[in-house]
Design a binder for this molecule. Structure first.
Ligand code: OSB
Ligand code: MG
Length: 368
């Protein structure tokens, strides 16, 4: 397929509630949306970066720069025979995985549409609905936290992730565990613990947690391996896994038992599938994380999460957990009886763009 034209939208969509975690405090979702045009079809991809480099080093401004000045010129007017080719084409640019993922995801959407398949079928996904949970924003006090968790559980979410730090982890997780002895419960530290917190990790070991996500440094594999060898709760890596090599190194070092896989963090769907296959062989379990995406990114996530090795509930919540108004025409809704969301069954990512809302939330647009 010849890449005829690429549109890039710089978008900001207000959240219903601000999202706060260690390092991040946002009241709207900033992202870049790309549209790739070929043979009368359009593929959509989302780069879900923040305004600040407090989750990873990319920001919406660096992603815009890298896309505009390097990635889009590498791709534009090329003839592409399969979406896997994009990795090689973009390989002169080192890193900047989130910027790359927008183009990669749009291309996978485009090729699935050309093949007349939903993306999940095109990538050999094995399920038509995906089990999901919710990642709870940091709350100002215990009562607010308990109320928020109660509300999510009542809505039907069967897996709850709390944002944790050394001063709140035990009190918050044990309070929720007391109310819900059987809930799938986990903590995500976004790298604010150190190995000096070992006694605290041993206490958390008694709470029957599903996993602890990214407790140590964002660029560490060695200390995670030292921690994993001392506790029984499975460790899950998020920020530390940005590539196939990171995955191979984490497996070799036994740094984790689980990976939170986000296609945006690893540069797109081609790398996601490769990492998925490596983890399947190595017995590392996966689940699909989230970056508070708009409906475009969350639809992509649902297709990814249909792959076989995604075995824990995804951080893909219903539209009403994030936005009053989204940039897709459909609302993504929770099936409350089994805490699932249906994988869209139309072609490609399987959702229609609400062009009116996309224009409304667009700060600027460029065409190449
Ligand atoms: O650490 O998993 C994380 C959101 C933005 C950046 C990092 C993370 C998160 C979440 C929310 O936990 C997941 C979601 O609902 O999209
Ligand atoms: Mg995380």
């Amino acid at each position: 397929m010849k890449i005829e034209r690429i549109d890039l939208y710089y978008v900001e969509i207000p959240f219903i509630y601000p999202f706060k975690t260690n390092g991040i405090n946002v009241d709207s979702h900033s992202c870049l949306i790309v549209k790739i045009y070929s043979d009368g079809l359009i593929g959509y991809g989302e780069c879900p970066t923040f305004n600040q480099p407090f989750y990873n080093y990319e920001t919406i401004t660096t992603a815009h720069h890298i896309l505009k000045d390097f990635l889009i010129p590498l791709l534009l007017h090329k003839n592409i025979n399969s979406p896997q080719e994009i990795n090689q084409i973009l390989s002169p640019v080192r890193g900047h995985q989130m910027a790359k993922s927008a183009l990669d995801c749009a291309l996978w959407d485009l090729f699935a549409k050309e093949k007349n398949l939903p993306l999940s079928r095109y990538i050999n996904g094995v399920r038509e609905k995906v089990t999901v949970g919710v990642s709870v924003s940091l709350q100002s006090n215990m009562e607010a936290l308990i109320n928020r968790v109660n509300a999510y559980v009542e809505e039907g979410y069967q897996r709850i992730k709390l944002k944790i730090s050394p001063d709140n982890a035990f009190s918050c997780l044990s309070a929720i565990r007391e109310s819900y002895p059987d809930l799938m419960l986990m903590g995500d530290a976004n790298s604010v613990f150190t190995l000096d917190d070992i006694e605290l990790f041993k206490q958390l070991d008694n709470l029957n947690l599903l996993m602890i996500e990214q407790p140590l440094a964002y660029d560490d594999l060695l200390e995670h391996s030292q921690l994993q060898s001392q506790i029984k709760t499975p460790l899950c890596l998020d920020e530390s896994i940005n590539s196939i090599n990171d995955t191979l190194n984490a497996i070799a070092l036994k740094s984790c038992q689980i990976i939170n896989l986000k296609q945006s963090r690893v540069g797109g769907i081609t790398n996601t599938i490769n990492i998925h296959n490596i983890c399947k062989k190595a017995g590392i379990k996966l689940w699909c994380g989230g970056m508070l995406e708009s409906g475009i990114g969350r639809a992509t996530n649902l297709h990814i999460a249909s792959l076989a090795q995604f075995q824990f509930p995804a951080d893909i919540s219903a539209t009403n957990r994030y936005f009053k108004e989204d940039i897709i025409a459909q609302n993504i809704t929770l099936n409350p009886q089994d805490s699932t969301i249906n994988v869209p069954q139309k072609l490609g990512i399987g959702v229609d763009i609400d062009q009116h809302n996309l224009d409304f939330f667009t700060i600027f647009k460029e065409s190449y």
